[in-house]
Design a protein around this ligand. Structure first.
Ligand SMILES: NC(=O)c1ccc[n+]([C@@H]2O[C@H](COP(=O)([O-])OP(=O)(O)OC[C@H]3O[C@@H](n4cnc5c(N)ncnc54)[C@H](OP(=O)(O)O)[C@@H]3O)[C@@H](O)[C@H]2O)c1
Length: 284
């Protein structure tokens, strides 16, 4: 399978590292269907993985003041890519985000289903939801929604690194995505050319406190931080907008025979590998 990866950021690079020669990551910017057709004709991929998007620097708060760039990267670009893929009959897997859901779902178990309607408020989340609405109309397209990536490799988008550097943290509970598992799942979705929406989150939910307890146990016993409320996060000026916190239900992966590890098993394994990587880095 020849995979064309769009984007050359955090997730794109993590996938390319694992998929190796099977994947091409030209890193070209796409602003129109014509740009995308050129790429498809040049590389002739079997499938396309859209890991491009505007995620904001240093974080998604940036999108609040940059709605045009946010729409260009997260709505216009995926639609242009999807239309070109339709024209050439090529399967597209688009990376969506679970942050299109805010709070509890209307279901008794409070978890959001893949086909539930989003209720986003932040600019970034609204743009991601707009792309999901559009792309989910098309055949030969899959949408893989991820949340709060947790990785054993250090990086500014890795939830472990984010939490470890914050002196003040809110103790919220969420569905999260272990990146190692996501790389395997997205590869399977590409192989199966799976259509529809998939919540690529590990079963179960995780509190930030559990992550930091594991960090203290396995990485740095001297680590400390203060726990604050969700309202304090905005009141203290640590974020412009409240973050989306939610539980995602993942039904569609199981239906096509793709399984993910329970989040508690996955986070312990990831934190052990993270500690090992850190030790190796410190020795070098
Ligand atoms: N990381 C997360 O926490 C998270 C969570 C949920 C969903 N996602 C989604 O996963 C995807 C990848 O996220 P990431 O964390 O890897 O982001 P990232 O590190 O910011 O990478 C995004 C990449 O997309 C590229 N890009 C932006 N506009 C483009 C365009 N018009 N054409 C082609 N490439 C373009 C960027 O290029 P430049 O750097 O040159 O601008 C960058 O290489 C995004 O769609 C994001 O919404 C991420």
């Amino acid at each position: 399978m020849k995979i064309l990866i769009l984007g050359k950021g955090y997730i794109a690079n993590r996938c390319k590292e694992v998929w190796g020669e099977e994947a091409i990551m030209p890193g070209a910017k796409i602003y129109s269907k014509e740009d995308m057709l050129k790429l498809l004709d040049e590389y002739q991929p079997d499938v396309v993985f859209n890991a491009a998007g505007v995620t904001g620097k240093p974080n998604v708060d940036w999108c609040e003041d940059h709605p045009v760039e946010t729409l260009e990267g997260n709505v216009l670009m995926p639609i242009a890519a999807a239309l070109a893929c339709q024209e050439r009959g090529i399967y597209l897997l688009h990376l969506g985000s679970g942050c299109i859901f805010y709070g509890d779902s209307p279901h008794p178990d409070k978890k959001w289903r893949e086909n539930d309607f989003g209720n986003p408020s932040a600019t970034y989340s609204r743009a991601k939801w707009a792309a999901d609405l559009a792309l989910s109309l098309l055949p030969n397209v899959g949408i893989a929604r991820i949340r709060m990536p947790i990785d054993y490799i250090r990086g500014e988008r890795n939830l472990i690194d984010k939490l470890a550097k914050y002196p003040k943290i809110i103790d919220v509970e969420n569905s999260v995505t272990v990146v190692e598992d996501m790389i395997y799942v997205t590869h399977q979705l590409l192989e199966k050319k799976a259509e529809g929406i998939f919540h690529v989150t590990n079963p179960g939910t995780l509190r930030h406190k559990e992550t930091m307890d594991l960090y203290k146990e396995l990485v740095d016993q001297s680590h400390t931080n203060e726990w604050i409320s969700e309202d304090d996060l905005v009141n203290l000026g640590l974020a412009t907008k409240k973050r989306s916190n939610n539980f995602l239900h993942s039904e569609n992966l199981e239906k096509i025979g793709i399984h993910m590890r329970d989040v508690h098993e996955a986070i312990r394994d990831t934190m052990e590998k993270y500690a090992k990587e850190l030790k190796t880095m410190n020795k070098e």
